[in-house]
Ligand binder design. Sequence first.
Ligand code: NAP
Length: 345
Amino acid sequence: MKQVLVTGGSGYIASWVVKYLLEDGYTVHATVRSLSSADKISHLKAMQDQYKGKLKLFEADLLDEGSFQESMEGCDTVIHTASPFFIKGLKDAQKQLIDPALQGTRNVLNSVNATNSVQRVVLTSSVAAIMGDNVDALEKANNTMDESDWNSSSSLSHQPYSYSKTVAEREAWKIAEAQDRWDLVVINPAFVMGPSLSNRMDGTSVQFVRDLVGGPLKSGVPDLTFGIVDVRDVARAHVLAAANKKASGRHILCADTKTFVELAQMLKERFGRTLPLPRGQLPTFMVYIIGPLFGLSWGFLKKNLGVRYKLDNTRSKTDLGVAYTPISDTLCDHVEQMKEAGIIG
Ligand code: NAP
């Protein structure tokens, strides 16, 4: 493998993928939506200066048919990470999430079909394509989800982001299985945290950590459980999936599942009272009253509040060789990076 295309190269996860590929000696093509968005691509420009001639940037949009074609020429691997990831402030889920995720996957993979040099596609899917609500895990042995599971509970009106990832991954498998020149390896990360390579604040992961440590949740947090994984481990998994010819199938990436309160406790141990961290868990009745103000519908709360589950990460270790960063290091490194960037006090 010599030349790799990373779609959505300016994103939170993709920026680390680009960095690790360059460190490992690959030539990297990366697409961004606009080459004139200095705030989104200045860190990629710095990588171009550091790795002279090794990183080329292209403009491409998921909804523009054929717009990834030029960036793919001569690449043996395509790492497709670009897909909208946001939950807050959604107005039209079809337009804002489903269309770019699904049509974007078709668009990128149609170009892969038309580019003879491509042998391997690594797709950034999500644990959201494995499960929708936490109650989905109650039907499984030990409440543990694995790669054989598919999210069947999300829809356009309930958890539309999870629905977008599910339909996009299903489409990717369908297109991959209809040919035999290239193979598909899928990465299914849980919620990703850890230091960002840019100072962008529009990403869901970055906003989550800022809210957790910046004060908005200091009166208390709901009893919600999340699967969590370090952004650096996720990026490394993409590079391993690109390099390892024997890698195949889906891979859940999750260091462990934790509650909000457990995350706050980890931060308290490192940062003490220097941050306005959540004081504790909110009573259920209060979560139902104030949840909708934070975008948590009753339908969501009913299927997620207080439900514990696990994600089986065995395949990521045996098939890819992922070694997981402890969650407390992930969180604390993210907070340190935000402090250094002046994002939090
Ligand atoms: P992010 O920073 O918001 O990255 C999303 C990327 O998609 C950005 O590069 C964005 O481009 C690009 N994009 C969005 N709409 C586009 C369009 N219409 N055309 C071209 N590019 C478009 O979020 P992230 O967390 O790194 O997410 C990257 C991938 O990981 C996504 O597929 C997401 O579903 C998946 N994922 C994320 C998590 C997580 O917890 N963060 C967990 C599991 C899976 P711009 O840079 O121009 O905005």
